[in-house]
Design a protein. Structure first.
Ligand SMILES: [Zn+2]
Ligand SMILES: [Zn+2]
Length: 329
């Protein structure tokens, strides 16, 4: 998960970054990178020098230079917060990454002015009118220079930080929660799509089913509807009907468990993705094989599994909303 933070002057960007840091994010400030480069060059990191250094680096090495430097340092950190982003081009290396969000902080100008004064960031001599003018200057600039208003326009989330610190923290928690849900949903979508692919190998056309068993995002086993290995298939010799069911096939989820058993793969605590919810017999088998989460893309007949799953602490997840390809969770 990568969160980039930007926003107007004294809108609470540092507080937001610090809060995320306290929640386990590795924090990198693009301004700190600039200061570090200034020091390496033996220069005083004055505001003027830093602005011109930033422009120079973007011209010489491309807009994403500082971000790439930060990503190099952050290697191995699953959660990163990048602050002091000033230019849309700086986000090119991360903008299309899964689990990325650009968060813009803002607050009414009067509140920001009071905060900046209280923290001594601007002196007594800066009037409210001057503060507003400084804002406007910061907002625009040549393409490779600071260009906050274009950056703000591309934000995924806008937080109005006009309340207490606790309120800001709650708003940030909501952002992190939504990325987490989305990340989870996209993994579910990914494995369910694989289960659908597995289903195309089914040999009983009464129902094409596929199953994929996964733990820690690793596929442990797969299965599809088919006969006993080596025996003829329904699509060769016809179905073996009994009470409206075809008895020739072993169900996809059973085959996935059998494949794991055959190969000595431990599936305890895993998730199974099945294109259709399990029948009662398969459900019992999955529970006792230690599967903790059952995801299905279509509910199939047996409603007894709903109550039973709750009783035994197995999570049933309806992923039918992914059918048709719109995977928004
Ligand atoms: Zn059949
Ligand atoms: Zn079954």
């Amino acid at each position: 998960m990568i969160i980039a933070i930007t926003g107007t002057n004294a809108a609470g960007k540092d507080e937001a970054a610090q809060y995320l840091e306290s929640k386990g994010f590795a924090h990198f400030s693009l301004s700190d990178e600039l200061r570090e480069i200034a020091r390496e060059r033996g220069k005083d990191p004055t505001r003027e020098y830093l602005v011109s250094l930033g422009n120079e680096l973007r011209r010489l090495y491309g807009k994403p230079y500082l971000t790439e430097r930060v990503l190099n340092k952050a290697k191995g950190n699953p959660h990163i917060v990048i602050s002091s982003v000033r230019n849309p081009g700086e986000l090119e290396p991360v903008a299309s990454t899964e689990g990325f969000k650009l968060v813009v902080l803002d607050a009414p100008a009067e509140i920001r002015y009071q905060r900046a004064r209280a923290r001594g960031r601007i002196g007594e001599e800066v009037t409210f009118e001057k503060f507003i003018r400084m804002d406007a200057e910061e907002m625009s600039g040549a393409e490779s220079e600071q260009n906050l208003h274009r950056l703000i326009a591309t934000a995924d989330v806008r937080i109005v930080n006009d309340g207490t610190l606790e309120e800001l923290h709650r708003k940030l928690d909501a952002v992190v929660g939504s990325i987490r849900r989305r990340e989870r949903a996209s993994w579910d979508e990914y494995f369910m799509n694989i289960a659908k692919q597995v289903a195309t190998r089914s040999t009983c056309d009464r129902k094409f089913c596929g199953a994929v068993i996964v733990r820690d995002r690793v596929i442990l086993s797969t299965g599809y509807n088919g006969s006993i290995s080596g025996a003829p298939h329904c699509d060769e010799v016809g179905h073996m009907m009994e009470n409206g069911h075809c008895m020739r096939t072993i169900h996809a989820e059973m085959n996935a468990v059998a494949q794991a058993a055959k190969n000595g793969v431990n599936i305890h605590g895993s998730t199974i993705y099945i294109t259709a919810s399990p029948c009662w017999t398969c459900f019992k088998l999955l529970c006792n094989a230690g599967i903790k989460r059952i995801c299905y893309s279509e509910f199939y007949r047996d409603e007894r599994i709903i109550e039973a799953a709750e009783q035994v602490g197995v999570e049933l997840v309806d992923l039918s909303r992914f059918v048709g390809g719109d995977g928004e969770a």
